[in-house]
Write a protein that binds this ligand. Structure first.
Ligand SMILES: NC(=O)c1ccc[n+]([C@@H]2O[C@H](COP(=O)([O-])OP(=O)(O)OC[C@H]3O[C@@H](n4cnc5c(N)ncnc54)[C@H](O)[C@@H]3O)[C@@H](O)[C@H]2O)c1
Length: 279
């Protein structure tokens, strides 16, 4: 018997085997869960169908992976179609993972003050509004006591230079998560956010994770970065009955980085200990 034996769910936001969505899904599948997946739609005339193929490559060999359908969260009809497919395969589901974010690269590279109106709208639509839209359409297929999880980052709580417009999106996403937790609470449906430290992924590379990983290694209490496996297990925990008392929560999995109020051991690289002692 695995932690997810008899549990069924939907995962939105696997791009490839580096995706956080896949790290969480893999653990759930290994623990006996059944999952329906979505992929970013490919252009119909694109022979390679790269988006679909990449996700197919992840899920092959996992009997618990039950379907794979296209989804662009900017399209309400596609969201409804995914819920219809989910109902046909599973009836009801026990967990839902939203692991989706997008901002135009130029808006991420610009200073926040330069964010374009169109870029802002798109980033908020895909990265924040989609959680509301997906949860709304998922209501009929969600079991009472189901668990919903979204992925966030510390740049939504504090200034993280270069995270820029996505920081604003994450702040809004965390607020959306809390309101959803309140509104779905009467059905004992839980909604949480997992705030991961930098992890190498497609979206992560656009948001400059490599530099952040150096910082986390130097500054976090654990003195290292978190791994895909660790994020996978903690995400699965929040989607499982093991976390039944937790809702409306932002849980950090970042080696303790968010608790630091000063650069800590990182300072040793810039200010030799002897110099500090003399002063
Ligand atoms: N990588 C990190 O360091 C890190 C840290 C904290 C939080 N996160 C968050 O984790 C989540 C997953 O990102 P990731 O790092 O695994 O990268 P990823 O690129 O593997 O995943 C992002 C997913 O968003 C999907 N997506 C983008 N636009 C979409 C749209 N219009 N419709 C449907 N899906 C769409 C992509 O297809 C992809 O599957 C994001 O919310 C991200 O902000 C990432």
């Amino acid at each position: 018997m695995g932690l997810f034996s008899g549990k069924k769910g939907l995962v939105l936001g696997v791009a490839n085997d580096w995706s956080i969505g896949w790290a969480i899904s893999r653990f759930i599948l290994e623990q006996g869960g059944e999952i329906g997946f979505t992929h970013l739609p490919d252009k119909p005339d694109d022979d390679k169908q790269k988006n679909r193929r990449r996700v197919e490559k992840c899920i092959q060999g996992f009997p618990g992976a039950k379907f794979l359908v296209p989804l662009d969260v900017q399209d309400d009809q596609q969201i409804r179609d995914v819920m219809k497919t989910t109902a046909e395969h599973f009836g009801k589901i026990d967990f839902l993972l939203h692991s989706i974010a997008y901002a135009d690269r130029s808006d991420l590279q610009n200073e926040t003050i330069e964010t374009s109106r169109e870029g802002f709208k798109m980033a908020m639509d895909i990265s924040v509004y989609s959680l509301l839209a997906v949860c709304r359409e998922a209501r009929p297929v969600l079991n009472d006591h189901a668990s919903i999880l979204t992925m966030t980052y510390f740049g939504g709580e504090k200034i993280v230079p270069r995270y820029n417009v996505m920081g604003i999106c994450k702040a809004a996403l965390e607020a959306a998560m809390r309101y959803l937790a309140f509104e779905l609470g009467p059905r004992k449906i839980r909604v949480n956010a997992l705030s991961a430290g930098p992890i190498k992924t497609l979206a992560g590379s656009a948001a400059g994770v490599n530099d952040m990983m150096v910082l986390y290694e130097g500054m976090s209490p654990l003195g290292r970065n978190v791994t895909h496996d660790e994020v996978g297990r903690t995400g699965a925990f929040l989607l499982s009955d093991m976390s039944s008392g937790i809702t409306a929560e932002v849980l950090h999995i970042d080696g303790g980085y968010n608790a630091m109020g000063a650069p800590g051991r990182l300072l040793d690289h810039f200010v030799p200990k002897a110099a500090v002692a003399k002063a």
